[in-house]
Design a protein around this ligand. Structure first.
Ligand code: XLS
Ligand code: NI
Ligand code: NI
Length: 438
């Protein structure tokens, strides 16, 4: 036990009238909605990185948090102390899953051999911890962006030696994810892009990425990993132009390299907004192409142009997103993680709990709203009705490939009038969402 969280009692559901800041008001894990519990629907995961690996440093100043396990060198003892603290936190919060980057959990390595050894050592210890905890692994991922070797790209680096190192990291991290019974494996491409076209062979880099992701898929099948592989789209930051800009771009990439049946997406709302989309747009694009996987439910700051990774607190935005997630069938192997990056002044153990309790409460509320919206069918029946014309006549013929441009033009010509405008009823539909956002 780390001792760091000793003054915090396990978090319980106390209901909406509770004034206890360290209790759930809406996240009642055993509440049944649409045939499953809230816990089973949302599959909440706590992430390692911002919570247990970040000391509060920003580009202008050093750490503010004083987490004991981060106070010295990142050696084996520190990695173990961090593991103790993380599982102590998980056991008190009671969420079902966690997720990690390889470098989050392990002692820092100087050589490739040390990387493999240090990671293997902590994976053994994590496995032992998991045996005594209810917390399971949602997904693992390799950090291929922090180390200076990745400054010019990870698998899209012009230097194949760097890409070999990526293979080393991903091989071991995917195998560890498999061994720890993870449901998914994430590839976030923060350095998979370019800063200036002047030094970049874009097509070559895209082909590298295509081949690299294919190798990851081949390895998944070779080792018998049954979980999913997800790319996490983001338009920029840290790299100016990232190749996995948004869901539609990722789909185009997957299709180009024949990976669309093998790889899905891990959508992050703040990445969506950075790409100029709203959250539900990205969810529905993924549903439309059959690549929906998991969600990193982080909110951004509407006045900032960067990724703040804060816990979700916008009820309407998340009601909308969960509506489209549910409409697509809900989470399967995926789940809900939110990075819950607390602000730099939030330097106490309590602050980590407030962020996670707030995020889980908000998601539970939004989920119940979304389930009600599904049940009323007010939105879906409107949409079905709007497209009803395609089930018969020329519309059906066109979609079945049985009408040519000539046929359609002739049908239009034979009608004496041009089609009358039909209201899209946006205000009416928005009011329904407002009515169900509670
Ligand atoms: C950064 C990403 C990152 C991924 C995991 O913007 O959100 O934290 O989720 O590598
Ligand atoms: Ni993310
Ligand atoms: Ni992010």
């Amino acid at each position: 036990m780390s001792g760091y969280f000793d003054h915090i009692a396990p978090i319980r559901y106390e209901g909406p009238d509770s004034n206890n800041p360290l209790a759930f008001k809406f996240y009642d894990p055993k509440k049944m909605v649409m045939g499953k519990t809230i816990e089973e629907h949302l599959r909440v995961a706590v992430c390692y990185w911002h919570n247990f690996c970040w000391d509060g440093a920003d580009v202008f100043g050093g750490g503010t948090f004083g987490r004991p396990w981060l106070s010295g060198a990142n050696n084996h003892q520190a990695a173990e102390a961090k593991l103790d603290a993380a599982f102590d936190f998980f056991d008190r919060l009671g969420q079902p899953f966690f997720c990690f980057h390889d470098t989050d959990v392990m002692a820092e390595a100087q050589t490739p051999k040390e990387h493999v050894e240090n990671f293997a050592e902590i994976v053994d210890k994590t496995e032992a911890k998991m045996a005594n905890s209810k917390t399971k692994l949602l997904w693992g991922t390799a950090n291929m962006f922090s180390h200076p070797r990745y400054m010019a790209g990870a698998s899209t680096n012009p230097n194949p030696d760097v890409v070999e190192f990526c293979a080393l990291q991903v091989k071991h991290c995917l195998e560890a994810t498999h061994r720890l019974d993870g449901s998914g494996y994430v590839l976030w491409g923060g350095r998979e892009g370019y800063d200036t076209i002047l030094n970049t062979d874009v097509r070559h880099e895209m082909d590298q990425l295509g081949r690299f992701v294919s190798m990851v898929v081949e390895h998944k099948h070779k080792i018998g990993f049954k979980g999913d592989i997800w790319i996490e789209p983001k338009p920029h930051e840290p790299t100016k132009h990232q190749y996995d800009r948004d869901v539609a771009t990722v789909y185009g990439f997957l299709k180009t390299y024949g990976l669309e049946k093998e790889v899905g997406v891990n959508i992050e709302p703040n990445h969506a907004t950075l790409a100029g989309h709203n959250f539900e747009h990205e969810v529905e694009m993924a549903n439309a192409f059959g690549i929906f996987g998991s969600i990193d439910f982080n909110r951004g700051d509407p006045q900032n142009g960067w990724d703040t990774d804060q816990f979700p607190n916008d009820l309407r935005e998340n009601t909308m997103a969960l509506y489209y997630i549910l409409k697509g069938g809900g989470f399967k192997n995926g789940g809900a993680n939110f990075d819950a990056k607390v602000r730099r002044q939030s330097c106490d153990a309590e602050d980590l709990f407030h962020a996670h309790i707030g995020g889980m409460d908000l998601l539970a509320r939004a989920f119940i709203n979304a389930a009600e919206l599904i049940k009323t069918e007010k939105l879906s029946s409107f949409v079905d009705n709007r497209y009803a014309g395609w089930t018969s006549g020329m519309g059906a013929k066109m979609m079945a490939g049985e009408a040519s441009l000539d046929d359609m033009a002739e049908a239009a010509f034979n009608k004496d009038v041009s089609p009358a405008p039909l209201s899209g009823r946006q205000e009416y539909l928005e009011n329904i969402v407002t009515q169900y956002t509670k």
